[in-house]
Design a protein around this ligand. Structure first.
Ligand SMILES: O=C(O)C(=O)C[C@H](O)[C@H](O)CO
Ligand SMILES: [Mg+2]
Length: 403
């Protein structure tokens, strides 16, 4: 079997997505997600110019060899653009291998470790009261775990909070980056009140999560972790930027609130010290940005040795192709923690038909050979790409801050 053709499909049903399709001389094809939010065309250029020409004629069954060819062969290892391109190839090749084997992907990985995959949904509101209403709506829909993000008095626009009630939150909402204003003091004073209200209304059983989105310093994160300890969060996510992995060592000394990090990671080496020192509890890297199934399998195995569980990133800016492959991975991986789930728009789901289904707060994996997600190329062609950028943050005095 040989790779005969490969090409990228850029489409914007609701938002931008990049898909790689690899076609073999035997007619079997596989698809992989190559979406890097706000930098989509960089990955397209990388694939078209440097990866696709080198794939033609290769045996698609040699996934491991192709992974190392692309990783070592680039010389410039790692980085989000390179690793997203490699991930798309890897996901498409696993799709092909599973189709050839006539098996759903999870079977090829080693079979089911669980019957269903627990997810967390997103509840957002401009204030505590409207946020609690959204939590209630999720509970009614069967969610066992909910991420809770509310507006903060005195901060006009904040990460994770939709513009209008019930609306989908989309941060990449402008041609060029929108500028937001951030106040750590106002945020830190408000968040413990939010979780006190959540526990007061919903009791102890609901799993609650929170995403700080990289905004604090280690000692501020330590304070927040301590102050929310009575509310038993499932996790506190991305409480500091993680380029400096040792920051988590400091936070860890101060709080028993579980810590999650990794959605911007693209390599096992971004997380190595975090895992080996047991500074974190959940690793959030995901297939599309961290080298695909081949690399994430290594990362998950390393994490398992240190009691760290998976909590894959699953925002709407990863396509249903990534989500579908992630559900197979989650169904298999022994040290599974939870899967993030932001439902895609109906138009997105029409372009990407899939066999996974959401039921009672969980995903149920499909049984179609492969990863179970396809792309309708005619439908995709109706939604042309439009540049969309993520925002930037400034402190109240104008200093550029982390978004
Ligand atoms: O889903 C999350 O936890 C996020 O933090 C979402 C990110 O802001 C988003 O993927 C950026 O593109
Ligand atoms: Mg996040």
């Amino acid at each position: 079997m040989k790779i005969e053709r490969a090409y990228t499909i850029v489409t914007a049903p609701g938002r931008n997505f990049v898909t790689l399709k690899i076609v073999t001389d035997e007619g079997v094809y596989g698809i992989g997600d190559a979406t890097l939010n706000g930098r989509e065309q960089a990955v397209v250029a990388y694939l078209e110019e440097h990866v696709i020409p080198a794939l033609i004629g290769r045996d698609p069954q040699r996934i491991e060899d192709i992974w190392h060819y692309l990783y070592r062969g680039a010389y410039w290892r790692r980085g989000p653009v390179t690793m997203t391109a490699i991930a798309a190839v890897d996901m498409a090749l696993w799709d092909i291998k599973a189709k050839v084997a006539g098996m759903p992907l999870y079977q090829l990985l080693g079979g089911k470790s669980r019957e269903r995959v627990m997810v967390y949904g997103h509840a957002t509101g401009k204030d505590i009261e409207s946020c609690l209403e959204e939590v209630a709506r999720h509970v009614e829909q069967g969610y066992r775990a909910v991420r809770v993000q509310a507006g903060v008095p005195g901060i006009a626009s904040i990460y994770g909070v939709a513009k209008r009630p019930g609306e989908r939150y989309e941060p990449a909402d402008a041609d060029l980056p929108a500028e937001h204003v951030w106040s750590t003091a106002k945020y830190l004073n408000h968040v413990p009140k939010l979780f006190a209200a959540v526990r007061e209304r919903f009791g102890d059983d609901l799993h609650v999560l929170h995403d700080v989105h990289h905004r604090l310093t280690p000692i501020e994160a330590a304070r927040l972790g301590k102050e929310v300890e009575p509310y038993h969060l499932f996790w506190l996510e991305d409480c500091v930027p993680a380029e400096n992995q040792e920051s988590f060592g400091l936070i860890r000394q101060h709080t028993t609130t579980p810590l999650a990090v990794g959605e911007v990671f693209n390599s096992l080496f971004d997380a190595k010290a975090l895992i080996e020192n047991q500074w974190i509890d959940y690793i959030r890297a995901t297939l599309t940005h961290a080298g695909g199934i081949t690399h994430m399998r290594r990362l998950a195995d390393l994490a398992g040795l240190y009691h760290v569980r998976t909590g894959f990133h699953g925002p709407t800016d990863l396509s249903p192709v990534c989500l579908g492959a992630a559900i197979h991975f989650d169904t298999w991986v022994p040290n599974f923690g939870i899967q993030e789930y932001m439902p895609h728009a109906d138009v997105t789901n029409e372009v990407f038909p899939h066999d996974y289904r959401f039921e009672d707060g969980h995903f149920i994996v499909g049984e179609t050979p492969g990863h179970g997600v396809d792309i309708d190329e005619d439908a995709a062609a109706q939604y042309p790409y439009r540049r969309a950028s993520l925002p930037v943050n400034r402190l109240e005095d104008g200093t550029l801050w982390h978004w």
